[in-house]
Design a protein around this ligand. Sequence first.
Ligand code: ATP
Length: 460
Amino acid sequence: MHETNIKKYNATILLADDDEDIRLALALLLMAAGYQTIEASNAKEVIIQTNRQKPDLILLDMNFSRDTTSGQEGLDILSQLKQSNIPIILMTAWGSIELAVNGLKQGACDFIEKPWNKEKLLNSILQQLNFSKIKQEHQGYRQLLSSDQSQSHKIWICQSQAMKNIEQLVTQIAPTDANVLILGENGTGKSQLAERIHQLSARQKHPLIAVNMAAIPDNLFESELFGHQKGAFTDAKQNRIGRFQLADQGTLFFDEIGSLPITLQPKLLRVLETGQYEVLGSSQTQVSNVRLISATNADLSKQVSEGAFRQDLLYRLNTLVITLPPLRERLNDIQPLAENFIDLFSIKYRKSNLKLTPEAINKLKQHNWPGNIRELGHTMERAVLLSMTNEINQEQLLLDSADNDHSSIQLQPLEQAERQLIEKAMTTTSGQVIEAAKLLDISRNALYRRLEKFGIKYES
Ligand SMILES: Nc1ncnc2c1ncn2[C@@H]1O[C@H](COP(=O)(O)OP(=O)(O)OP(=O)(O)O)[C@@H](O)[C@H]1O
């Protein structure tokens, strides 16, 4: 089984070791397993061969000169190869845990001691090639996604004083590795801000992996975050790479962090405190190198006092807190945001030169925007669709009816009304969460959270 898996990769492996006999033994072992090998006998050659031949994986000796044992040479090369994104497995005859952890922190993906165990070495190579392939696919997908989005509406608008202050803070903190907690009502731009922080950070070339905590079933949390090995539990038919591994050297964005079950909070806390975790079904400790950004519109302090969220975890998450103000407190952002949405939807609906009338602009500024920027987006999409001329007037915003007509509304406890609206939206859309969220003008995440809260069944 191992053989067939290996042969799927026509991979080239760079053997970086000063000892010719060791390179020969490794080359024979790896060639028999179906790999191609190239060799480097000193640090300079490692860099040259890496740049020229672009190997799929590097087996790197930590000590190139026979009389050294510090591992410093290996660490130096590692830091030079960091940007290459090639998986590197460290090898040393004088391995110490400290050296291994240092190497892993510098970006190596695994550590093998000499003399090596053949099976262990081949397994590690296969696993790292697997991870690397999945990561490349994921990055390719993200690049596609972000180039798609950059052509559309990923413009960051901050004209109001409140947002200018936030922008200043963001440019200051983005380049650091500090964990950030973003607070704010639904639709205020928490996800987009997380993306912006990542883009302004030194990690921007590495992945930004977003995880919606509200959408993960409790029994799958651990495997989602840390990955699992085939057979780790009944349904684990294949190895699965976890989000921590996918986000390696990049940023992890935990949306709706308040939905993380209390039973799993110690596991997250451990990674944040020690940088270590285990893939489910494996006893090998992995070292995490991610920057964590989390977001919520829940009151985490209240959850702490109710015993639903750990105080010590909150302290780890909220090194820096950014609170996005609701749109009603960002009056100077409303017009540029609306115009940005008009540009965006004009492309989608093939309209051109659409302008808001002064009355329409006033109307937008007077509205309360409970659904914030997302609601503004939906309003502008509708208005662009309804426009018959080059002008969008206040009637086409359709804000009046929703705001002022209270005659048909029955007074009842707010939670009950919320539940009824959600049930109605789910029935109307035959249980399609994305469509139901659109009808309710809230994000999919916000709807998932409410479905969980009210115990309303949905297809995940
Ligand atoms: N500063 C901004 N400039 C331009 N567009 C923005 C800005 N902030 C948010 N948006 C847009 O507003 C919409 C909602 O933003 P986003 O999804 O980031 O909100 P959110 O707070 O994460 O929502 P939720 O809490 O419901 O998950 C998106 O279309 C986003 O592109």
